[in-house]
Design a binder for this molecule. Structure first.
Ligand code: NAD
Ligand code: UDP
Length: 318
């Protein structure tokens, strides 16, 4: 009989998690998706319901996690991830980063499974080194508004390394830089869905600050390929995955207005507290170890994402 690896994906009904469910099933895994829908959407996994290689468990991973049968991999992606989400759910964000990571690691240990933590470029905070290599320890304000997310992820990294060192479990840590694509929530407040939806509605585009802060946007298909390679590698130190092409937020807003053909104007709003001024991954480690680099251009990725948001906005409300 065919035996497929069994992979648990926490946060599997979210934006990235749902693309990982697709990727792992396509690569021959049986996927168990676990989510409590705090920021996820059943629509993201609706196409997988009825697939014999997919199952879903509705559960809050900050409480004891039970999964029947063997597991080969545990991918811990559960966490609010956009600034407005983690400002709305500060305690849940800290709990899923701390208690949720503890439960997911405990499960991986019990099942002798490989564990992959979804960490973030936010562990570098408002970086003083640019671009950011994995060796940089970061510049995070622990008591600022973003601290709930940044510190939870830093704790999660430390706990993952402790389980690796003291329990000998196989662990991977990916530091994900800004990623975009279909299945982002229209109202998640991140720059890309906000700008695209504003442009499609002909509303003003809300650029925070003077828009001179930079980000580097990675298309989701590139990210999941990098993640898959990382899981299959034997690298236990953190690895940056993202796209190194950097752009100011003002230029990004203008690019989206042009792409949509919208008449929207740019409106400057106050810059949120501790908003990083620059962000770009140093991808040396990913390139050397995983033989991976992003291949999808921003023009191509934005066009696909725009089609998704157009279709989403055309859906009947309610
Ligand atoms: P998302 O909000 O779309 O997905 C997160 C999922 O986790 C949601 O489905 C949510 O319901 C679920 N979840 C949250 N708390 C939970 C809990 N206690 N129990 C069970 N499920 C829970 O966000 P995303 O952008 O897909 O991010 C996924 C992961 O990747 C997060 O860990 C995030 O920190 C990380 N990440 C994402 C990005 C990015 O650019 N998208 C960048 C860096 C890191
Ligand atoms: N941003 C903006 N207008 C918005 C939403 C975001 O100018 O309506 C800015 C935000 O201040 C940040 C950048 O866009 O400088 C990227 O924000 P996002 O929330 O997408 O992700 P971050 O990288 O800050 O986590």
């Amino acid at each position: 009989m065919e035996t497929r690896p069994r992979t648990l994906i926490t946060g599997g009904a979210g934006f990235l998690g749902s693309h990982l469910c697709d990727k792992f099933i396509a690569n021959g895994h049986d996927v168990i998706c676990m989510d409590n829908f705090i920021t996820g959407d059943p629509a993201n996994i609706a196409h997988l319901i009825g697939n014999k290689h997919f199952s879903f468990i509705e559960h809050d991973v900050t409480t004891y996690v039970y999964v029947d049968g063997p597991l080969d991999n545990v991918l811990h992606f559960a966490s609010p991830a956009s600034p407005i989400d983690y400002l709305k759910y500060p305690i849940q964000t800290m709990k899923v980063g701390a208690l949720g990571t503890h439960k997911a690691l405990g499960l991986a240990k019990a099942k002798k499974a490989r564990f992959l933590l979804a960490s973030t470029s936010e562990v570098y905070g408002d970086p003083l080194i640019h671009p950011q290599p994995e060796s940089y320890w970061g510049n995070v304000n622990p008591i600022g508004a973003r601290g709930v997310y940044d510190e939870a992820k830093r704790f999660a990294e430390a706990l993952t390394m402790a389980y690796h060192r003291y329990h000998g479990i196989e662990t991977r840590i990916v530091r994900i830089f800004n990623t975009y694509g279909p299945r982002m929530r229209m109202d998640d407040g991140r720059a890309l869905p906000t700008f695209m939806c504003q442009a499609l509605r002909g509303e003003d585009i809300t650029v925070f600050g003077d828009g001179s802060q930079t980000r580097s946007f990675c298309y989701v298909a590139d990210l999941v390929e990098g993640l898959y390679r990382l899981l299959m590698s034997d690298e236990s130190d953190p690895v940056n995955i993202g796209n190194p092409e950097e752009i100011t937020i003002l230029e990004f807003a203008e690019e989206i207005v042009r792409l949509t053909g919208s008449g929207s104007k740019i409106e400057c709003k106050p810059l949120p507290e501790d908003d990083p001024k620059v962000r770009r991954p140093d991808l040396t480690r990913a390139t050397d170890i995983l033989k991976w680099k992003p291949v999808i251009s921003r023009a191509e990725g934005l066009a696909t994402t725009l089609s998704y948001f157009k279709a989403k906005m055309a859906e009947p409300v309610g």
